[in-house]
Design a binder for this molecule. Structure first.
Ligand code: FES
Ligand code: MG
Length: 579
């Protein structure tokens, strides 16, 4: 490819002038030991780093940044690394989701206010990927995603164990009295034995697959293990590539098209991805100005088989996925089967998504299944509607029990997470395997932050009887590493006056995932009466400041849980001078 003509760089508005302002911008930068020639027309590439020792999944990112820098320098760019708020899924309470929007604001203002011509987003743990893409989308400069990569397969007592998924499994075994607490704890160190993100197809791996399917990363970005040297080669190549993207003016809006999102929805089904993707893709699309509705997950995704046999839906882990061919192999299989709707969607390397994968080898048909032997015949996220979820709810069929996908049962209601915790262990709780567990007030405003508590554990007395799954319904999310017949993201949430708030113990609830229905079987008159009687549950005690802003301005799940005032692309016009 011939090199496009050089353009006037955005960063020249800082460093290009021989005047008082140029003096100030350059002089202070020079205290880092930067020579004059770095300021003379080189693309300045921001490296947006979510490194933090409190985000263990991203704790190796300084090393990744070093390799990105090598690539940028080699291609004639000038790298500048900057930190942004790091959302660590494992440590942040009450939930990392609460600060996804905060991080996105940090990213957006950092990009727009600073001298940079393009940005490399270093992402890994769940919320860091959507947060950085949201912030970058609101600016729309050339952008490339570099993911930190998954951890090596967990090892415990001679077998592979998967991040998160094994926690739910072993914890259920403890509650069922099958293993001791000591046996449970002994899996800790083996589950997380290398740098990287969760090695299951949890939300981090899902969002890494989404970034690659959207075309925002180089091929193979999703699956190369964090500690594999090829991860650092990919970082280097991404650094080289972003410099050319500046000269080509290959902005994020040329990649993040409606077509790219439709591809991503299909890919989510094919990899057995997390339900969280439905919220994050909506938020990213709304930032860049692409229309995307919850029902697109049905209209676009329906009928897409799950081909990737990874936990929590299936058996294997991300290391196996990479060795089997990674996402390019899945994309190839989808394309050959007519399941990739937009083969010509542009990706960051300047090629179409199909050009990138058409020769991709598939090394292990157990891990990446053939089209005629899928893990699940239709793995697309089910969108449910009905009088219990007027603005929708979701269910992940690949992680559900087929026999429960259509189910009618009596509600056992938990008013909030504390009520659930106080009640679930009660041996006198009136509940059986056919009951429908209903959890309220765990949505965006209610928790606040829409925590991953939707896969609420089953009552110990039923676990002890060997019950492994029940229908659960809430306005919460669930971890991408979790499983079960779990209806999530009910909108509007209970705390926003949604009908979930009026469900009472003993009400009949009908779920039909195949028909996309979720209904409370009481009359409209009864619904109206209960709604009139509804005592608004006092709002969750916000800890002031940011939490109050969150509760006041967060949108519902079907709208991506962004803040109302953050939706949209505000561009990256150079702001006025600071002095
Ligand atoms: Fe960070 Fe799972 S907790 S990726
Ligand atoms: Mg999570």
């Amino acid at each position: 490819m011939s090199t496009p003509p050089k353009r006037v760089l955005r960063s020249a508005a800082w460093f290009g002038a021989a005047d008082k302002n140029g003096f100030m911008y350059r002089s202070w930068m020079k205290n880092q030991g930067i020579p004059d020639h770095e300021f003379q027309g080189k693309p300045i590439i921001g490296i947006c780093n979510t490194w933090s020792e409190l985000t263990p999944c991203n704790a190796h990112f300084r090393k990744i940044a070093e390799h990105v820098k090598r690539g940028i320098s080699e291609a004639g760019g000038f790298p500048v690394e900057f930190p942004v708020f790091s959302n660590g899924e494992s440590n942040l309470r009450p939930t990392a989701m609460l600060t996804r929007n905060l991080a996105s604001m940090d990213v957006e203002e950092s990009i727009r206010g600073n001298p940079m011509d393009a940005v490399v987003l270093l992402v890994g743990c769940d919320k860091t990927t959507p947060a950085l893409l949201m912030g970058a989308a609101s600016c729309d400069i050339p952008t490339i995603v570099v993911t930190g990569g998954p951890m090596l397969n967990g090892k415990h007592e001679g077998r592979d164990i998967g991040s998160g998924t094994v926690v739910w499994q072993l914890h259920e075994a403890v509650k069922a009295g099958k293993i001791s607490l000591n046996e449970f704890m002994s899996a800790e160190a083996g589950m997380s034995r290398s740098a990287g993100t969760c090695n299951t197809m949890g939300t981090a791996s899902t969002m890494a697959c989404m970034a690659e399917a959207l075309g925002t990363s180089l091929p193979h970005n999703a699956a190369i293990p964090a500690v594999d040297a090829r991860r650092y080669v990919l970082a280097h190549m991404s650094g080289m590539r972003i410099v050319d993207m500046v000269w080509e003016d290959l902005k994020l809006s040329k990649i993040l098209t409606r077509e790219a999102f439709e591809n991503a929805i299909r890919v989510n089904a094919a990899v057995g991805g997390s339900t969280n993707a439905a919220i994050h893709l909506k938020a990213i699309a709304a930032r860049i100005g692409v229309p995307l509705e919850l029902d697109d997950w049905t209209t676009v995704g329906k009928g897409t088989p799950t081909l990737v046999d990874l936990q929590p839906s299936g058996r294997f882990l991300m290391e196996d996925f990479y060795y089997a061919g990674g996402l390019p192999a899945v994309l190839r299989r989808m394309g050959e089967g007519g399941l990739l709707p937009h083969k010509d969607a542009l990706t960051v390397n300047g090629k179409s998504i199909w050009e990138n994968v058409l020769d991709a080898p598939i090394h292990n048909p157990e891990v990446i299944r053939p089209l005629d032997k899928p893990l699940v015949a239709d793995g697309s996220i089910c969108v449910l509607r009905g009088n219990l979820a007027p603005r929708g709810a979701v269910l992940k069929p690949s992680a559900a029990t087929p026999a429960l996908m259509k189910h009618r049962g009596k509600a056992v209601v938990f008013e909030d997470i504390d009520h659930y915790k106080a009640r679930i262990g009660d041996p006198d709780l009136e509940i059986d395997a056919d009951s429908v567990m209903v959890l309220k007030n765990c949505g965006p405003k209610g928790y606040p932050g829409m925590a991953e508590v939707g896969n609420m554990g089953l009552p110990p007395k039923l676990l002890a009887q060997g019950i492994t799954d029940m229908v659960r319904i809430s306005d919460a999310r669930m971890s991408g590493t979790a499983y079960g017949t779990v209806v999530l993201h009910v909108a509007p949430e209970a705390a926003a006056g949604g009908p979930l708030a009026i469900v009472r113990d003993g009400d009949w609830i009908a779920l039909d995932s195949y028909a996309g229905k979720l209904d409370l079987e009481i009359s409209e008159a009864e619904i109206a009466q209960r709604q009139a009687e509804l005592q608004a549950k006092p709002a969750a005690p916000a800890k002031g400041g940011y939490q109050q802003l969150y509760i006041d301005r967060v949108l519902q799940a079907d709208e991506g849980c962004d803040f109302d005032f953050l939706v949209g692309c505000r561009g990256a016009e150079v702001p006025r001078h600071s002095h």
